[in-house]
Design a binder for this molecule. Structure first.
Ligand code: IDP
Ligand code: MG
Length: 148
């Protein structure tokens, strides 16, 4: 089953939206495999966003992500990567479809509340970076009503 890395960014935590945002992933049917509340070091932020180094928004992005605690998690389910990103909405809340997290709670690209891996390689890299490689699955009794 596919896994993806999702992070509730500092604005989501500061605004008291942790519960509402996690509920959206949970209600959709994605299974939480791992989760932690933590402050992000500059080193971790730079590794996580290495692909964006040199972009005009990079310094602000590192500042944003290290500015307060985040909630990091691993979600699992069929097509978890795409499902999570669709639940989050487009990167810029202006373009995000109504009903998505970024549209319903955000206004600007620099405060877009959530991160989600954008593909299988990125997901594997990010899960390893934030949680290591030994995440155990668990049996969720309701799965037979969510997954055929
Ligand atoms: P994604 O988070 O939807 O995958 P990316 O293009 O990978 O979007 O960008 C990573 C993050 O960098 C965005 O979620 C957003 O927080 C920030 N970001 C991207 N472009 C801009 C920008 O033009 N201004 C400010 N922040 C940006
Ligand atoms: Mg990205």
């Amino acid at each position: 089953m596919e896994r993806t890395f999702v992070m509730l960014k500092p604005d989501a935590v500061q605004r008291g939206l942790i519960g509402e945002i996690i509920a959206r992933f949970e209600k959709r049917g994605l299974k939480i495999i791992a989760m932690k509340f933590m402050k992000v070091s500059r080193d971790l932020a730079e590794k996580h966003y290495a692909v964006h180094k040199g972009r005009p928004f990079y310094d602000g992005l590192i500042q944003y992500i290290t500015s307060g605690p985040v909630v990091a998690m691993v979600l699992q389910g069929p097509n978890a990567i795409q499902v999570a990103r669709n639940t989050m909405g487009a990167t810029n809340p202006v373009d995000a479809a109504a009903g998505t997290i970024r549209a319903d709670f955000g206004l600007e690209i620099g405060r877009n509340l959530v991160h989600g891996s954008d593909g299988p390689e990125t997901a594997a890299f990010e899960i390893g970076l934030w949680f290591g490689d030994e995440l155990e699955d668990w049996d969720r009794d309701v799965d037979r009503w969510i997954l055929e």
